[in-house]
Write a protein that binds this ligand. Sequence first.
Ligand code: RB5
Length: 151
Amino acid sequence: MTTIAIGCDHAGFELKEQLKAALIAWGHTVTDYGVHGTEPSDYPDQSFAVGRAVAAGDSERGLLVCGTGIGSQIAANKIPGIRACVCHDCYSARVARSHNDSNVLCLGARVVGGELAKEVLRVWLSEPFSGKERHVRRLAKIAALERERGA
Ligand code: RB5
């Protein structure tokens, strides 16, 4: 079972609530960084909170939901150590884990329905990083750039 930090903006609120219920039903431990309603909000706030929680090791993984997943992905990837990926299909979710060791999943509530989002999340949570040398080497290059920038 996994500890998961979750967050959303107003556009992602309803899907975030659905996915939160699914995560809890599957036995995961969820920390919810909001938002908690559909009042307009700024996705970077929750993306940074979730990204920081994962980067600090407070949670093993993160889940962000906004309208498209794109803004959340861009914002979360500004946190050193975060590998946030928008995935709206199960193949991408699987490869985001096995090749990219993605630690934050971003979903767009205006793009995917609840059932597909749940399936993508389930696949993304269960697929391990392959650990293959070529993938480790490529991820190490990204981490080296972060260190070079003093992150
Ligand atoms: C909000 O309207 C929307 O821009 C936001 O949820 C997200 O899609 C940004 O990438």
